[in-house]
Design a protein around this ligand. Sequence first.
Ligand code: SAM
Length: 218
Amino acid sequence: MRLRNVRGSREKIAADDFVIKEADQYRGHWKEKITAGKPLHLEIGMGKGKFLMELADRNPDIYYIGIEKFSSVLVRALGKMEEDPLDNVRFLRMDAEYIEQIFAPGEVDRIYLNFSDPWPKERHVKRRLTSRQFLERYSHILSEEGRIIFKTDNEDLFQFSLESVQENGWELEISTLDLHHSEYAEGNIMTEYEERFSAQGKPIFMLQARPGSGKESL
Ligand code: SAM
């Protein structure tokens, strides 16, 4: 994501009701205080929020939280929400590294990871959103039926992620090297990056996995 500093974005986020502030106060109480009992799905690294908002529009019985690290990116999603507000979407501006401080064990029902930054250098492996460290965090906050769904155009990151889920005891439920021409294409919502890469003729990789028998040992 090209990062341009958007003037006033921090102030806008601080004043915007669609952004949840001091989110740690809801830890262990999201379903009671925020989602009104609806399942809670997250997108980590949501960028400008196109995917999340289309998904939320199609699924009013699910509550969605979009997590984004950078104010200058999040502020674009806020612009879209103002044009077309949705009751079942809110945003958090944070680094997902601290996700366990915000969500208690078992509180999250699904996590979407779309076109996550590849962090190709070996010394940055821990920052990949499908690294052992992140999978461990997810395994703590996901419910019994919880899953991650990951899409990317980056073959190396996809291979890394396949190995990571399997090496860390997760159960790989779905994996495809060409989502758009697979049986999982129907109902797929394209993200901003996905539109761009598929317009260039690149295949989109996708996997779905759940913490498996290795969950306890993580
Ligand atoms: N998901 C969008 C899409 O598919 O169009 C955006 C993809 S963009 C390559 C990755 C996004 O993830 C960026 O907006 C980046 O700021 C965000 N991101 C990366 N690491 C993150 C982290 N640790 N916590 C929260 N957001 C993160």
